[in-house]
Each structure stands twice: as C-alpha cells, then as structure tokens.
Design a protein around this ligand. Structure first.
Ligand SMILES: Nc1nc2c(ncn2[C@@H]2O[C@H](COP(=O)(O)OP(=O)(O)O)[C@@H](O)[C@H]2O)c(=O)[nH]1
Ligand SMILES: [Mg+2]
Ligand SMILES: [Zn+2]
Length: 310
C-alpha cells in the first residue's frame, strides 16, 4: 500500500481534505477509531492535523491511518448539555486577539476571557491593537496602559492601523510560516486584515466567517486558508468564550498567569483569592503588582461560574 502524509485543511462530515507536500489536495476518509485522551469528540480528525494516509488503488483519494501528536487543539461542546466535543482546529501556532480602543472599543472582560481560553488551550496569543489612526490622546494612553499590563504578565502586544498601514508589515512578518487564528469582537478589522494581506482570498474567508455570524448554521466547520505570502489562517468561530472548555472553578486562577504566580504566597493551599485571609493575590492587588482590572475580571468570572449552579 502506497503511503502519503499531509495536513488536514478542511473537514466536511466524514470527508477530510488533506494537503500534501506538492500542494495537491487529496480527499480522505478515516478507518478505525482514533481516540483523544480525556475527551469524547464527535470528529476525531480536525483541520490542522498532520496525518498519514494510505492511497487508494486508483490514487483518487486516501484513507487516514495515523495522526501526529498535536501541540494544542480548540474544541467546543457539541451542544450545551452534551458531554461530547467537536474538534475545531489543531496545531495552532498563534492566536491573534485583535482589539481596538475605539469604534468599537474592546473591553477588558472580553480580552481576559479570551486569554483564559487560550491559556487553557495552551495556544500562544498576540494582542493586536488595530485602528491606531483613530486614537486620540486618551485612547493612546489607554493602549499604552493595557500594553504595559499585558506585557508584564507575559503576553506579546503589537499595534497597527489598517488605514495607514502602519505596523502591518511587522504583523505580516510575524504570521509568515505559521498557522494563525484571528479573533476579536465584531468590527475590529479582522476581514480588512485578511483583505490587506491577500486581496484574492478575502471573499472566501469572509463567506465562512459571516456564515457563522448569522447563526443560521449550527454545525460548525473550520477551514485552513493559505495566503499568497505563505501565511496559513484557520477560520474558526471556536476560540471565543470561557464556556468552550471545562475549567474547574477552583482552578480558574491558574489561567491568569500573574494571579497564579502570586498564589504561591497565599496562606491556604486551597485559596481561591476571594474572601480568604492572608491571600497573596489580594496583597498583590494592594501593592500594585497585580492590575486591579484583571483581578476584578477574575472575580466576575468566578461569580458567573457560581451562577451556573444556582
Ligand atoms: N479607521 C480605521 N478603520 C478600520 C481599520 N481597520 C478596519 N477598519 C474599518 O472597520 C470596519 C470593520 O472592519 P471589518 O474588517 O469588517 O471588521 P471585522 O468584523 O472584525 O471583520 C470597516 O469599515 C473597516 O474599513 C483601521 O485600522 N482604521
Ligand atoms: Mg469580518
Ligand atoms: Zn489567595
């Protein structure tokens, strides 16, 4: 049996499209069961997977027989009640969180929720400030403040204006040779960015994204696009909210890196940094080493989790 290997670029039910080294796209099916440790998935193979397959006799397609170990994956619950998950994307190199200080203004609870998800998925994030051409003095100050807070925690921050193209080259260089996911609230410039990076591909990506947005389509699918510059982008609505992955309430603070670090100074080993005495996190907020808004967002997420059980 002749063997091949490649990357899954699209999954449509039981069929997978696998891109091989010479750029050909081979339709493949799967044989047997693939298991993912710890989770029950409705689809065992996903966009981004590096797979091995056996060619069909006539070489019109293949059968996937192996999956290379994943560096990370994005999943979401098939439905609210279900214990089954849908794998949306795997082996993501960078999750870009596009934000803006104005028109629309991205709020920090949105940012922190996203960062928690990305931490849980173990996907590196770059926070990308867009629309800097629209920033007045106060927006600039706000951006600089957020930049210093998030940089101190360990997140990379970049800035650009798709209007003036300032900073776009740096972002593009960072994306080349990587598998990228682009997220952000509506209106922040995601579609415009893809258009600027590769005008020829824009329509296609826009179709997929806008389809998701209207909510007409409940079964999610992802697709990997390759831009002319060699940038790979996975289009998925998946990496949105905290609800998409199961995090125990008592462990939420593990996904706020600076809060997790400060928790070493708590008196009680099971401290959740809310009402306990001698809490290293609260001490950190008081002495300014932990940003107050981050702590407030943490408390807000804790309370939301609490509400789920009422
Ligand atoms: N002034 C300004 N407008 C921008 C910039 N980037 C995007 N826009 C505009 O913001 C609007 C929303 O952009 P879009 O790409 O559709 O956002 P999406 O919802 O994230 O895909 C469009 O009218 C864009 O032209 C920017 O850097 N500066
Ligand atoms: Mg869009
Ligand atoms: Zn504590």
């Amino acid at each position: 049996m002749k063997k091949g290997k490649g990357t899954v670029v699209k999954s449509t039910g039981s069929q997978y499209l696998v891109k091989i080294e010479d750029e050909r796209i081979i339709p493949c099916s799967i044989k047997g069961k693939f298991r993912i440790k710890g989770i029950r998935a409705t689809n065992p193979v996903a966009v981004g997977d590096h797979v091995g397959f056996e060619w069909l006799e006539d070489e019109t397609g293949g059968i996937i027989t192996s999956i290379k170990e994943r560096s990370n994956y994005i999943i979401r619950k098939s439905s609210n009640l279900s214990k089954e998950y849908q794998l949306l994307a795997t082996n993501v190199d960078v999750a870009w969180l596009m934000i803006s200080m104005t028109l629309p203004r991205t709020l920090t609870p949105f940012i922190d929720r996203f960062l928690v998800s990305a931490e849980a998925y173990r996907i590196p994030v770059i926070i990308l400030f867009n629309k800097t051409d629209l920033y007045g003095l106060s927006e600039q100050e706000e951006m600089n403040h957020l930049k210093s807070v998030y940089t101190d925690i360990g997140y990379r921050c970049m800035q650009m204006s798709l209007q003036t193209r300032e900073g776009v080259k740096e972002v593009q260089d960072e994306m080349i040779g990587k598998v990228n996911v682009i997220s952000g609230n509506s209106g922040v410039g995601k579609s415009t960015l893809i258009n600027v990076l590769d005008p020829a591909i824009r329509l296609k990506i826009g179709e997929v994204s806008d389809y998701h947005k209207t909510g007409k389509h409940t079964t999610t699918f992802s697709e990997m696009f390759e831009l002319s510059s060699g940038i790979r982008i996975i289009d998925t609505p998946g990496i949105r909210g905290f609800g998409t992955i199961d995090i125990e309430r008592e462990e939420l603070f593990h996904f706020f890196p600076e809060i997790f670090r400060a928790s070493k100074n708590c008196k009680y080993h099971n401290c959740i940094h809310m009402h306990e005495p001698d809490c290293g996190v609260k001490a950190g907020v008081e002495n300014g080493s932990i940003s107050e808004f981050r702590y407030i967002n943490y408390l807000m997420m804790m309370e939301e989790e609490d509400d789920k059980y009422r």
